[in-house]
Structures are given as C-alpha cells and as structure tokens.
Design a protein around this ligand. Structure first.
Ligand code: CO
Length: 156
C-alpha cells in the first residue's frame, strides 16, 4: 500500500462525475488499498476515488468500527432528514452544517465483485451520502448552510 496525495478543493477533478468501474482488477484493488491507507493516515471517516485523482465510482467509509468499501454504489432508499457538522479531507480546515438523510440504503459491489447492500443511519448515513456525492462531483461546501473554521481534528 502507499499513501496518495489528496486532491484539494479548487481542482476541477472534484467537480466531475466519476465513471463506473468496469472490471475489478489488480489496479482497482491497489487503488482501494491506497485509499484506505490515505484515509486512515489523515484521520478521515471516508474517502472517495476522485479525492486521490481517480474518476472511478468507488469509495470507502469507516465509521463506528465498520469498514465499508463500495464499488459502483447506487442509492436505493433514503429516509428522514438530519443536520450535522461535516468536514472533508479535500477541504482541509473547514467544516459546515449540512442536511443529509437520516437513513440511507445503497447497493453496490465489494472488492470481490459480489453484490452487497449497506444501510446506515446517523453518522453512517452522513458518511455514505457524503462519499456518494464525491462520485457525482459534489462537495459538502456546495450543500453547507454555514462554513466555518474547523476546531476539531475529525474530518471526513
Ligand atoms: Co469528502
């Protein structure tokens, strides 16, 4: 595994829609491994492929001791609304208040190419929604009602 550079807001790659992963090959698995290492090194709760410069539809979320790798995720259900404070590894030093669904259910593929479904509420729903947005080229700063300096270390 290797650390990768995180793409920072202002780079247009973060505004582009990522493409489907057509084949889960060694390169894709290596990118996922690197994403995980990079996310953990930076104390993130999640990371999406475009954040390391790869416009492919995959992300990792690690919340409440649950590690989730999603390839070609699709949202199949959302419910409720919650508001919370979010940050992003691509937007260092800032947080904002963002409205997200309280519950999210997604389907996708795991690294073995098996179809998986994942559902989460609370913080997990926020993380899943936030990372999915990256694949659509959307940063939390577009949705946040109030953006301010981060006072905590925790970032997504
Ligand atoms: Co982010």
């Amino acid at each position: 595994m290797a650390l990768r550079n995180i793409v920072i807001e202002g780079d247009e790659i973060l505004t582009k829609r990522s493409k489907e992963v057509t084949e889960i090959n060694d390169r894709i698995l290596m990118i996922l491994d690197d994403m995980l290492e990079t996310m953990r090194e930076n104390n993130g709760l999640g990371i999406a492929a475009p954040q390391v410069g790869i416009l492919r539809r995959m992300f990792i979320v690690e919340v409440e001791d649950q590690l989730i790798e999603m390839i070609n995720p699709e949202i199949i259900e959302v419910n409720g609304v919650q508001q919370g404070e979010e940050g992003c590894l691509s937007v260092p030093g800032l947080v904002g208040t963002v409205e997200r669904p309280e519950y999210v259910k997604m389907s996708g593929l795991n690294r073995k190419g098996e179809k998986v479904e994942i559902e989460g509420s609370g913080l997990l729903a926020v993380a899943l929604s936030h990372e999915f947005d990256h694949l659509e080229g959307v940063l939390f700063t577009e949705k946040a009602t109030e953006i301010r300096d981060a006072i905590e270390e925790s970032e997504e």
